[in-house]
Write a protein that binds this ligand. Structure first.
Ligand SMILES: Nc1ncnc2c1ncn2[C@@H]1O[C@H](COP(=O)(O)OP(=O)(O)OP(=O)(O)O)[C@@H](O)[C@H]1O
Ligand SMILES: O=C(O)[C@H](O)[C@@H](O)[C@H](O)[C@H](O)CO
Length: 167
């Protein structure tokens, strides 16, 4: 496995774990949020949740990013719905997903504690409404997002090794 998506609702820790993993694995880090079209950023800043149409071109761009880094890539991307994950899988065979799970209250607290961040706490509920649990899909690791970052990174690394040795 040379490509991994760190997924989950806003505030779950995608950027934190993604950066840690990219450094440990010496893989390229692709921050999904950096690839939103300006219209998506404007919508979120205005307190409106993104819909399928808003996310479609963004996911296509992110699929291109995965394919562009065959030597190892960690992508941070909410990937809330199964169809979104399928779109990314179709761009990158063998793609793995690490799902950082936390409760709505925990997510709200984390998002509220980040003043200046473009994603408003008022949108957290819409993230949970859109979320389709990836458990049971191929190559998915679900972890509790409230565990220490170094433990999350270590468990993910062990899982990648295990998945890779099965190929
Ligand atoms: N394992 C952890 N334990 C405690 N706090 C954490 C952990 N991981 C991240 N955080 C904190 O939670 C907040 C959100 O983290 P981060 O920005 O990485 O989430 P995110 O999923 O990338 O969010 P978004 O998608 O909204 O950008 C930050 O303040 C971060 O320091
Ligand atoms: O699919 C989505 O609704 C978006 O990707 C959001 O999750 C945000 O981009 C991100 O969490 C903001 O920081």
């Amino acid at each position: 496995m040379k490509a991994l998506v760190v997924m989950g609702v806003s505030g779950c820790g995608k950027s934190s774990l993604g950066a840690e993993l990219a450094q440990r694995l010496a893989w390229t880090l692709v921050e999904g949020d950096d690839f939103h079209p300006p219209s998506n950023m404007a919508k979120m800043q205005a307190g409106q949740a993104l819909n399928d149409a808003d996310r479609a071109s963004w996911l296509a761009t992110l699929g291109g990013q995965l394919a562009a880094h065959p030597n190892g890539v960690v992508l941070t991307c909410s990937s809330l719905k199964r169809a979104y994950r399928e779109q990314l899988r179709s761009a990158c065979a063998g793609l793995g997903f690490v799902h950082l799970q936390l409760t709505p209250d925990e997510a709200r607290q984390r998002v509220a504690a980040r003043p200046g961040h473009p994603f408003p706490p008022s949108l957290v509920d819409s993230q949970f409404a859109a979320l389709e649990d990836p458990a049971g899909e191929p190559r998915v690791l679900s972890l509790s997002a409230t565990r220490p970052l170094i433990d999350l990174a270590a468990d993910t690394q062990a899982w990648i090794q295990q998945e890779t040795s099965l190929v």
